[in-house]
Design a protein. Sequence first.
Lengths: 114, 113
Amino acid sequence: AQSVAQPEDQVNVAEGNPLTVKCTYSVSGNPYLFWYVQYPNRGLQFLLKYITGDNLVKGSYGFEAEFNKSQTSFHLKKPSALVSDSALYFCAVRATGGGNKLTFGTGTQLKVEL
Amino acid sequence: KAGVTQTPRYLIKTRGQQVTLSCSPISGHRSVSWYQQTPGQGLQFLFEYFSETQRNKGNFPGRFSGRQFSNSRSEMNVSTLELGDSALYLCASSLAELRNEQYFGPGTRLTVT
C-alpha cells in the first residue's frame, strides 16, 4: 500500500521569505511524486513532478521540490513567497505498478502574510 | 487547449436518489480518473478508466460506478445517495503513459440532504 504524510496542517510565512512544505511518502518500488495546489472552490492545479533523474525538480510559478530517496521525502520549496501563493497544497504519490491511482496527503494550508 | 470540464458544477439531491456526473477530458487524453474530496477523508481515489475499461478501483461501495465512452468522456454514477456522499467530486485526465501528470477539472459539488 502507498501512503503520503504531510505533517503540517498549516504553514505561515512572510512575503519574500523562503517557504517549505513537507511531504514524506511510502510506496513499494520506485515512486512517481507530484505536487498540486488548490485554490478555494477550484480543482487541483499541477505544480511539478518527480519521475526519475535529477533530485531537484523545478515546476510552475517558481516552485521546486527536492526528492530524497533515503529519507523518502519530497519537500516543496520556493525561494521567495508571494501573498498569492496562499492556498492548499497537496503531495501525491503513484507507484510505478499502481496504474493511474494517486494517493494524496492530507494537505497543507499555506498562508503568506505581508 | 481546453481543460477538463465537469458538469454540473453544483448539485443538490435527496437521500436515496441517484446522481450522474459527467467529465470531458482534455483532447487526446485517454485516461480519466475520479476522486472524492471531503473535509474528513481528504482526497480519495474512486476509479480510473482507460480506453473504455476500468483499470483501477478504489475502496468505495458498489453504489459508486462509472463508465467511459469511445470519445474518452466519462460519467460516474452514485445510487441510493447517503448524507455522507456529500463531497466535491473531481475528475482528472492524463495521457496514456503513466509517468504523465493528471489534470483536474473544477469539480462537481454534490450536496445530499
